[in-house]
Design a protein around this ligand. Structure first.
Ligand code: 3PG
Length: 223
C-alpha cells in the first residue's frame, strides 16, 4: 500500500493481508502510560510504520488504542494479545482496526468475524494452521516463532501450507528479521524491539523513529 493512500478513511475495513503488507515489521507494543501512546504512534508513523499492535496486557491498553485512534489519523491501531470474545469487543470499542492473538480458537475467530475485525491468529502447529484455515483464516501469526521451530518450521510448512502467509513473532530481532523476510511465505514479522521500554520511559521518540526507519528498510521477498 502506498504512503500517499494514507490517512485511510476511518470507516475503511482492512484485510489481514493489507495489515501485513503495509511494512516489513508490525511492532508489538506494551504501554503502561496512556501519555506515551500518541507521541509513540507519531514517532512510529514518522519512521514509516503505521500498523501498531498495542497488546491488551496492561490496564491502560484500551485507553492507549483509543488515544491513537482519535489523535493520530495516519496510524492504524490494532489490538494484540486477544484471548477471548470479550477482548475482541473491548478492542473494537477502543477503536482497534485489526487484531492479533497468541493462539486460535473457533470462538475467537467467530467474535472477530462478528465484530468485523481482521485477525492475525497465532499458530504453532500444523493442526492449528488447519483449524484456522477451516474458519477462513489464511494470514497467520507464527508464535512463538523462535521457540516453535523458527526458519526451518516455516520452510517445512511452505510445502503443505503454500497458500498461507505468515507473520513470525517471538524472538525476532533486527539480526534475524532479514532471514525470515527472505522466506516466500513470510509477508512481515512482528517484534517488540521497535519500542524499547527504556526509550518509552525516557520519551526518546527520535530513537523509536530511527528503529522504525531501519525496520521499513528491511528487504522482503513476499508481498
Ligand atoms: C509478544 O507477544 O510478546 C511478542 O511475541 C513479542 O515477542 P518479542 O519480544 O520476542 O519480539
Amino acid at each position: 500500500m502506498a504512503v500517499d493512500e494514507y490517512p485511510l478513511p476511518v470507516t475503511e475495513t482492512l484485510t489481514a493481508l493489507q495489515v501485513m503488507r503495509d511494512a516489513p515489521v508490525i511492532p508489538v507494543i506494551v504501554l503502561h502510560d496512556p501519555a506515551h501512546a500518541v507521541p509513540l504512534a507519531r514517532a512510529l508513523v514518522e519512521g514509516g510504520i503505521r500498523m501498531l499492535e498495542v497488546t491488551l496486557r496492561t490496564p491502560q491498553a484500551r485507553d492507549c488504542i483509543e488515544a491513537i485512534a482519535r489523535e493520530v489519523p495516519q496510524a492504524v491501531p490494532g489490538a494484540g494479545t486477544l484471548r477471548s470474545a470479550a477482548d475482541v469487543q473491548a478492542a473494537r470499542l477502543a477503536g482497534a482496526r485489526f487484531g492479533v492473538s497468541p493462539g486460535y480458537t473457533a470462538s475467537l475467530g467467530r467474535a472477530c468475524r462478528e465484530q468485523g475485525l481482521p485477525l492475525l491468529p497465532g499458530v504453532a502447529t500444523a493442526s492449528e494452521v488447519l483449524a484456522a484455515q477451516e474458519d477462513g483464516y489464511t494470514e497467520l501469526k507464527f508464535f512463538p516463532a523462535m521457540q516453535a521451530g523458527g526458519l526451518s518450521m516455516l520452510k517445512a510448512w511452505h510445502g503443505p501450507f503454500g497458500d498461507v502467509a505468515f507473520c513470525p513473532t517471538g524472538g525476532i530481532t533486527p539480526a534475524n528479521a532479514g532471514d525470515f523476510l527472505a522466506l516466500p511465505n513470510v509477508v512481515c514479522v512482528g517484534g517488540s524491539w521497535l519500542v524499547p521500554a527504556d526509550a518509552l520511559a525516557a520519551g526518546d521518540w527520535a530513537r523509536i523513529t530511527r528503529l522504525a526507519r531501519e525496520a521499513v528498510a528491511l528487504q522482503r521477498v513476499a508481498r
